[in-house]
Design a protein around this ligand. Sequence first.
Ligand code: ADP
Ligand code: MG
Ligand code: MG
Length: 466
Amino acid sequence: MAQGIPEEVMMNTALIKDLADVAKDAALLQGVLMRIQETPNSSELVTYAPLTLFPTPVPKAVFHQAIEVQTHYNILVDKISQDPDFLQGALASTIEVDDFIARLFKIHQQILKEGRSQSIILGLNRSDYMLDLREDGTSSLKQIEINTFAASFGGLSSRMADVHRHILNVAGRLEESQRILNNNPAAGLAAAIAKAWELYGSERLVFFFFVMTNLLPSCFRNIPTIRKRFDDVCKTGSLDQDKRLFVDGCEVAVVYYRNGYMPQNYVSEQSWDARLLMERSLAVKCPDISTHLVGTKKVQQVLAKPGVLEKFFPEQPEVVEQIRATFAGLYTLDMGPEGDRTVAMALAAPDRFVLKPQREGGGNNIYGSEICQVLERVKDSKERMAYILMDKIHPTPVLNYLLRRDAPLKLTNCLSELGAFGAYVRQGKDMVLNKCVGHLLRTKSAEHSDGGIAAGVALLDNPLLV
Ligand code: ADP
Ligand code: MG
Ligand code: MG
């Protein structure tokens, strides 16, 4: 049976020291790079992105399960985004107490009232999982969340396979090296963007990359590309009478948001005006405002209620089963007896759960004794409706070495999170493209409960199928 990295390699300190240098070199060579925190806008000072020295064993069956369920998740996200009654019902309690989600919801409602101007939908998402260790020693795939907005690391993960292959080759582990899967989410995500751009119409049009800091115009697969900020859209954005979006005098075919998922991204009323302008426009938005809302943890929790998935797949019980198999326990904190039961359950055993607000980007969840502190404070008020409760997933810890520029190399107990990238394009009723375009494995030291790569906690990794 195929195995992970053998102990004779893991414990050979002289070899490990050499391999760490080999790894950094390979990362630089393959473009597994990041700008550094102290000078985030400098192209002169860059470093290797944090990465594990070795790939992490992942059982074949659960890996394929994640890849295979992805096209169903794409359809599910798309269906929910087209179901205003469901979204309204699911988010009703949340928007009473969460101003950010309420604001997004208001834009969603305004668009519904005006009528959607664009029938081309571009969805790029990433469904994340951890492998929950069962009592019998096997593990089961459990979804942590689905990101429908700015799901990242498609680019870097496309380059990570060659880094680990090289490390293993240098270590003389050819068999393991050959077991690292090819992975190119960047190509798949780009192909979906290009498809949406093509469907929109004329080749003169630009693809609009919506970011925190702007750069000069560039080109992406021969598609003219501009990068702008909310600020720029406020200043130079407008709609013509057909709701075509113009920024800096260029007509925009596709808006890809990399910014706009956190309250802090909206620094002023003008930022909100800019978001609304883009949402009202004919440009294809990735994601559009409704699809953005589908990515909330509250929607995830409502989907896990009995009978809900069946409504979206009335004639496909096998699809319902495939999706539901990946759900962890999710519990409402709405006012009423059900929410009261959730509070009591969490207070009685806080270590069994994660308390989640409707936020993105890592570092927002609440764990352990802090769950009790927060719940004691909010349990009798509507404030508790801003959260959902989720079963804590317990993956098997795996030893690995973590390579990052700001910490010494050391052998660490690690936990991994597997992501599957989904891409779809719909035109009217026609699903033109629906794919799983690749995967991401992120690994963090077991001492951290939360946080992704951008948050400085997780590192890039590769699955080693076993
Ligand atoms: P975000 O949108 O901020 O990424 P997540 O739901 O993905 O929010 O949570 C952030 C991190 O917290 C995850 O990457 C994972 O490490 C940890 N986490 C979240 N939910 C769970 C859970 N149910 N069990 C264990 N760890 C979790
Ligand atoms: Mg997220
Ligand atoms: Mg996450």
